[in-house]
Ligand binder design. Sequence first.
Ligand code: MG
Length: 379
Amino acid sequence: MKTAALIVAAGRGRRAGGDLPKQWQWLAGRRVADRTLAALQSVAEIDQALLVIHPDDVALAGALGADYVFGGDSRDASVRAGLEALQGQGIGKVLIHDVARPLIDTGTIIRLIRALDIHTGAAPALAVTDALWRGGDTVEQAVPRDGLFRAQTPQAFQYEAILAAHRTHPGGAADDVEVAGHAGIEVAIIEGDERNLKITTPGDFARAERLLMANEQRDKMDIRLGNGYDVHRFGAGDHVVLCGVKIPHGRGLQGHSDADVAMHALTDAIYGALAEGDIGQHFPPSDMQWKGAASDIFLRHAVALASERGFAISNCDVTLICEQPKIGPHAGAMRESLATIMSLETGRISVKATTSERLGFTGREEGIAAMATATLVKS
Ligand code: MG
């Protein structure tokens, strides 16, 4: 069974000011309805989203490329129109959301969908923490806040149950929890999010914009660091391949592929930054197709994976540890080689080397070690 999101966007709300209903006004460069739709569609657990709009707004909804149906004269008439339109599409769960809440977060959505595994209805809310009064110009009486909640949306239900509840409701409900309650459906209270504000007044636009900018800033700050380390032993041969550059040498490096120890360390650094395992996981040594393979296959795969995950490689730094061959004369060619493979400017690629003062296996020239670091930035 599928999970649908129904976005109620048929209102004519003008309290927010402006020439258009609030859901069609701009919020940090996108229309409010566009942001709300995108927030719901970005959650993998939601299979489809349907906007309920006013017939005057066809051009605006069409510009979003959204599926839509026309609403009615009241909020509950609009929700019912949307629910009826979802019939026969294999919908098991439905989330009914006010379009004026563009800051809905993935965490709340997931909590609601999970809650429907055991409840017929679930809705997000925040406990009231301010003191409450009843009064006019003056305070008449303090109202106990114990057990009081501020309701939010999306309100989530088993689809058939909320459709039946709307069909029998006399109308005039403030929200779908009220409709559900009228039909005897128990609704679980799920923890909401303070940022999931409902845009009502002009001041709310400014507040929502600040929160969106904070989110975008946080996303921009997603910086990943990864490191890699590799060793290959010397064996028979007349050259080694390091960072894709063939260097004549009295011995060769042994390995399943071309044994490019530097490129392996760098590839692992990128996988590490992505928390995506290591070369061995992506290219098992048991798989004969990688025998003797040029290692740029591995590096190209890691770079493509970073890009798929939305990351740009900011810089990388490779250190080779060996006595021989001398790396210095080839470092420039190695940086150029990596730049070509990674489509990255050479100014962001460092290749350097050190000996280990004749100590250890590299000092005894039994093999070459390499270490690498890569920085990835969410782009
Ligand atoms: Mg290796």
